[in-house]
Design a protein around this ligand. Sequence first.
Ligand SMILES: Nc1ncnc2c1ncn2[C@@H]1O[C@H](COP(=O)(O)OP(=O)(O)OP(=O)(O)O)[C@@H](O)[C@H]1O
Ligand SMILES: [Mg+2]
Length: 529
Amino acid sequence: MDFEKHQNLHTIVMLRDVIRKWWQVELSFADRNGLVHDWQRGDFIPPPNDFCRHSLGAREGMRRCAQSVRVLHEKFKAAKNLRRSLFHDCHLRLSIVGAPLYIRNEYEGFLFVEGFARQPLMPGDGQVLLGKMRDIAPGAMLELEGAAERVPVLDGSELSKLSDLLEFAVTEIANQEVELTRKEETIQSMASELSNRYRFEKIIGRSGAMNEVFRLMEKVAHSDSTVLINGESGTGKELVARAIHHNGPRKDKPFVVQNCSAFNDNLLESALFGHTRGSFTGALKDKKGLFEVADQGTFFLDEVGDMSPALQVKLLRVLQEGTFLPVGGTHSREVDVRVIAATHKDLGEMVKRGEFREDLFYRINVIRLQLPPLRERKDDLPVLIDHFLRKHHREGQRARGLAPEALGILGAYAWPGNIRELENEIERLLVLGGELEVIPADLLSSRIRDAVVPGGGPFIAPRAHGKLHEAVESLEKEMIHQGLVRTRYNKSRLSRELGISRSNLLLKISRYGLDKGIPEGLDTEEVEA
Ligand SMILES: Nc1ncnc2c1ncn2[C@@H]1O[C@H](COP(=O)(O)OP(=O)(O)OP(=O)(O)O)[C@@H](O)[C@H]1O
Ligand SMILES: [Mg+2]
């Protein structure tokens, strides 16, 4: 631990002041090896006590002072986990008191004060002190005349006050150190998150699930291992695959994409592996396959779950040996390609059903990135909406954002088409309402509005704060109210739709006061429409 950074801690500054004023002593710090850095550097504040000052100023005196401090240090080390102050008499038979510093249960040194007597010095004591100093600093003898009377004396109660102050100070240092480390850690993790964000800047998301994706992407970008990206349609599989490629060592080489469900088997085989002239009708000349085009680079195999068993065998061979045979060819070709595969299907289940080769599955499932559907990371909606508003904003458009009701509906929608669907919706809103400053909810696609607010009517966003039972009740009240309007007060139908008994519905209608103000002629209607 570096004591320097705690020198300006308020407690330390105060403590220095107080002990100087009250007892004319100085505060020092010894590290976990019992070394006093200030002394070693020779830039210590001279102790007011003349004996200590001259002792520390002389070579032999300094050695003995350091030795006395080391003895106290050994005492702390021997008394493991002792958190109280200890005393020691130094080479001049003056006293040192120190309080040990523990940070996260690790001994880090001690704060100490030296150079005082624990009881008034007798005339003979002064002579003994002078005698010792004669060996250490013979030149200082004149100045030391009468110095014994100026040695500070701390009796029992004062000494215990000083010990308390030292103990308080080390606790403050320990707290500050923990706090500083915590801050450093936070800054570091923020910095690394920021750098991830920067590296993957086009991929928006700050939810826990997306942070996990970023963490894995960061790891796999530098490796060559095969990656399997799993996720529903529109969750960003291709975007992630590209980002992995562009942040890795192959970034200056090709990134090739092939969707495995796009072609029939023969065409796909020829697209992937190429063909030789005359290998099938229409094969007028040799054609390079995409695996060759992707040599040294990355091949993104989209919808790999749709590959036929025959092609699965060929893919396995490329992955294992880096070789393949073009359609109609007799010589195998060699390539160095990193494969990133993607699918919205559950390949594990397909293996169980015998629809996907187990060996290929294990070969591509080395690292799996699971992209969460948008409905499971609604926390990301605001940032995504903001991102797409900027991305599709056209020069001169006034739109700054969406009306709260529109945001509420987007937040309540399930987004089966995930981020692609969201992006399309925002793009569409900007085309329709880009001239307005705030885009209103009635411009939303009817598909989205109707899914959230069947039958139209205002959308009441569910509350995300307050008491749970109150929020549940307000939602219940709103659903029943809207249901009554939608079914034209047909309570039998509504109770079936809501999945509760008719009597229960009637009870709730009366509890929420929804039976008041029913339009005339509707409250008796109970027949199925
Ligand atoms: N996290 C994200 N941040 C910003 N844009 C995203 C994000 N995820 C997806 N997108 C955007 O959504 C659209 C769909 O993404 P992408 O094509 O990568 O999805 P996909 O999973 O490959 O979909 P599909 O299975 O339908 O092929 C793209 O325009 C992409 O830029
Ligand atoms: Mg895709």
